[in-house]
Ligand binder design. Structure first.
Ligand SMILES: Cc1cc2nc3c(=O)[nH]c(=O)nc-3n(C[C@H](O)[C@H](O)[C@H](O)COP(=O)(O)O)c2cc1C
Length: 299
């Protein structure tokens, strides 16, 4: 059983069952006796999100994956709304970095923030790989460019193009053909001419987020974890940029899989380059969404 209730401590207040997304703890009254028990029919549905354990005033709920782990007390931390709004409005992707390593303590804090992100299935199946040494980043660059070179060649050949299209599916194929590869054409050229590395952007560190290939919401989990790391990085003057070119290369190329130690059953779904920004942003670009609309019958 993934979740258990210590009947000695439990006061049967029922809060654990109320917050549980699947109402697994059930509180009932029989005469004078009021008890909270784990529903035998739904026990196996537990996602180990830990909400039951986090709200219980008595500390009477134990969730298997947290067994033996210390629970810190919630301090009611607050951040001013205006402060957060300015913070997110002033965040921009940073694509040029100073030639300076990112201290491991900073990376660890980013990982700490990433661990706190929401996960679609409750459980924590996301993994993180950090590459922060020049040699490995250079080796990775070479392999990533090699993969895209092969892809560029393949897209020019009708037979290879047919198979790429079938394998990628129509949406990904069009993204590749119409968005990724036209830019990649130049990136490859500049890289081979030794002018610049527009894929890794000469970042001093790269963080990759991976998930089991069959995790239903693995991609979303990775992106959310990455964005938590991005925001955390900004509090420590580290600039980041999402990178959509590296994850597909990690998943497709066996040599890259080996280099980053990615097991066969996992896929990389998000990547962020990071480093101290070379150039500060001085202005906030006015940005709008395509549409903002309320659907409401009472106004
Ligand atoms: C999922 C995702 C993937 C991205 N991939 C790349 C990428 O491969 N290369 C890149 O330079 N920027 C990438 N970006 C950064 C976007 O281009 C950037 O967020 C967008 O232009 C808005 O700018 P801002 O982040 O400065 O607000 C990506 C962003 C997201 C959210």
């Amino acid at each position: 059983m993934k979740v258990a209730i210590d009947q000695e401590l439990c006061r049967a207040c029922g809060i654990c069952g109320e917050v549980c997304p699947r109402h697994i703890p059930v509180t009932s009254t029989d005469g004078d006796l009021r008890m909270t028990v784990i529903s035998p029919e739904r026990a196996h549905l537990c996602m180990e999100c830990g909400h039951c354990a986090a709200v219980c005033p008595q500390g009477a709920v134990e969730v298997e994956c947290f067994r033996g782990r210390e629970f810190e007390t919630v301090n009611g931390s607050e951040i001013e709304s205006e402060q957060l709004l300015s913070f997110v409005r002033e965040r921009r992707s940073v694509r040029r970095y100073r030639d300076e390593p990112v201290p491991r303590e900073i990376i660890d804090r980013m990982i700490h923030a990433a661990k706190s992100s929401p996960t679609g299935t409750g459980s924590m199946t996301t993994g993180i790989v950090v590459i922060d040494d020049r040699e490995s980043l250079a080796a990775l660059s070479e392999l990533v460019y090699g993969m895209y070179e092969g892809l560029e060649k393949g897209l020019k050949n009708p037979v290879a193009r047919f198979f790429i299209r079938r394998r990628a599916g129509e949406k990904r194929f069009r993204t590749l053909r119409d968005f990724v590869m036209p830019g990649m054409h130049w990136y490859l050229r500049w890289y081979r001419e030794g002018k610049s590395n527009e894929v890794l952007r000469d970042c001093p560190a790269l963080m990759l987020f991976h998930s089991p290939a069959f995790e239903p919401v693995g991609e979303q989990n990775c992106l959310l974890a990455a964005f938590h790391a991005v925001l955390m990085a900004r509090t420590m003057d580290i600039g980041t940029c999402f990178n959509d070119l590296i994850p597909p290369a990690c998943n497709r190329d066996p040599e890259i899989r080996k280099l980053i130690g990615l097991p066969d059953d996992r896929e990389v779904y998000a990547g962020i380059t990071m480093g101290y920004p070379k150039h500060p942003f001085r202005r906030i670009v006015p940005r709008e969404l395509e549409e903002v609309r309320y659907v409401s019958t009472d106004r």
